[in-house]
Write a protein that binds this ligand. Structure first.
Ligand SMILES: Cc1cc2nc3c(=O)[nH]c(=O)nc-3n(C[C@H](O)[C@H](O)[C@H](O)COP(=O)(O)OP(=O)(O)OC[C@H]3O[C@@H](n4cnc5c(N)ncnc54)[C@H](O)[C@@H]3O)c2cc1C
Length: 385
């Protein structure tokens, strides 16, 4: 067993960390979170470094990295600021890998170089008001009309749609009551199409990226916007799940790492009863638990990333990593607030931002209850839903 990163991975981690420390100091992340503004200048600088192209093959202008590289990148970015990491997950990991896997050659040449250089962003619209975890219950349809499709129906929680150029939209194109996973298709929809008006939702965390609700009103898209095979969209989506889960785990580790570092620093400075609170056993135990849980989350996540990058089956490992790391991040940020006491409750304090941001990670894209269902089924237990 080799627990070391390769020299290239070490170099990637070091250069991303140096860059983030320089370009995304805490006061910057804090200010944009308060203002609910996306860090466009940081995003452009990330694009200039080429990192938006990590998931994109070199022949299409990317760096041709693997999921391990993306996980390291996301961990470092989330340690500083959640919003661009979330955007990276949706646009670069989800958007770019879906296009990379399923698009025609013409579509790849059109979208991938522009995703890599930061010219365009993708959003992703799967969830609907009445179908979240039970995504196959979706009611948004795309019906063929000559050389177009017409999309009609509601989508909710479409993150970053207000600033996206394209929305990867998942809808029904046919219905087989016996096989709900058949008849789903993916479309790359121009976000400026008539009939699309994203409405911002008021949310707890991830405020610098934001999420929206959209009702597609008779949105006409050229038939050439279909991504991959008609009616096979669900099977295509499943293809990207491991990458998505490993990426979420890496983001959870990044946020938790920031919370841990701030809590440790605070525990050495804050005086109570004439000594730093870090000398109290209860505070030491919180910090020891944080360090240990970060370590085991990292081990699980890196193992899943390593397996995925070698093409080994790792659905269970990726799901475990997502579940364990997101639970861990919620606990670490919660206890981080405990250590900082009343100061953590102030909106100017980073700890409450980490706590708000991490809260999403146990809910989506797959909820941790559903993740546990999946792991239980792998243990040979019957499907519970
Ligand atoms: C800020 C934010 C950003 C998001 N961004 C996007 C995005 O960009 N694109 C997108 O498509 N979606 C997005 N989502 C949606 C997210 O993926 C869903 O919220 C998630 O899938 C859960 O669906 P739901 O919220 O409808 O909850 P529900 O599915 O209604 O679940 C409610 C509760 O019931 C539990 N539950 C449901 N079914 C089962 C079962 N079979 N067994 C056990 N427990 C079960 C769930 O685990 C959960 O605890 C986002 C959500 C949020 C909050």
């Amino acid at each position: 067993m080799d627990f070391q990163l390769t020299p290239e991975q070490e170099e990637l981690r070091r250069s991303v960390r140096d860059f983030i420390d320089q370009e995304c100091p805490k006061h910057y992340a804090r200010r944009l979170d308060r203002q609910g503004e996306f860090p466009h200048d940081l995003w452009n600088k990330i694009a200039q470094r080429g990192w938006l192209g990590l998931p994109i093959p070199k022949e299409y202008g990317g760096l041709g990295g693997n999921i391990f590289d993306m996980a390291l990148f996301l961990e470092e970015l989330s340690r500083a600021m959640f919003a661009p990491a979330m955007t990276y997950l949706i646009s670069s990991v989800f958007g770019a890998t879906s296009v990379g896997h399923h698009a025609s050659e013409e579509q790849k040449r059109f979208y991938l170089p522009r995703l890599a250089n930061g010219e365009i962003k993708f959003a992703f619209a799967l969830t609907e008001p009445h179908s979240g975890t039970d995504a196959l219950g979706m009611t948004t349809w795309a019906r063929r009309d000559g050389d177009h499709y017409v999309i009609q129906g509601p989508k909710i929680f479409v993150t970053a749609a207000q600033m996206a150029d394209y929305i990867l939209t998942i809808c029904r194109t046919s219905q087989d009551p016996k096989k709900k996973s058949h008849g789903i298709s993916m479309f790359v929809v121009d976000a400026k199409s008539p009939g699309i008006t994203p409405r911002m939702l008021d949310i707890l965390g991830g405020k610098s990226v934001g999420t929206t609700t959209i009702v597609y009103k008779q949105v006409r898209v050229p038939a050439s916007c279909l991504l991959g095979e008609l009616d096979r969209g669900w099977h295509q989506l499943v293809h990207t799940l491991n990458n998505e889960r490993i990426s979420i785990a890496a983001m959870a580790i990044g946020v938790a790492q920031a919370a841990f570092e701030d809590a440790l620093k605070f525990s050495k400075k804050r005086i109570a009863f004439d000594k730093p609170i870090g000398q109290f056993q209860s505070i030491q135990h919180y910090l020891a638990d944080m360090a240990a849980s970060l370590e085991y989350s990292r081990l699980l996540t890196y193992k899943a990333a390593w397996m995925q990058s070698l093409g080994k089956p790792c659905g269970v490992q990726a799901t475990m990593a997502k579940m364990v790391a997101s639970d861990m991040a919620c606990k670490v940020t919660y206890n981080g607030m405990q250590i900082l006491g009343g100061y953590s409750y102030m909106m100017g304090c980073d700890m409450q931002r980490y706590w708000r941001d991490s809260r999403l990670l146990t809910i989506g894209p797959i909820s941790n209850e559903m993740a546990r269902n999946f792991i239980a089924m792998d243990l040979g237990l019957p499907r519970s839903y």
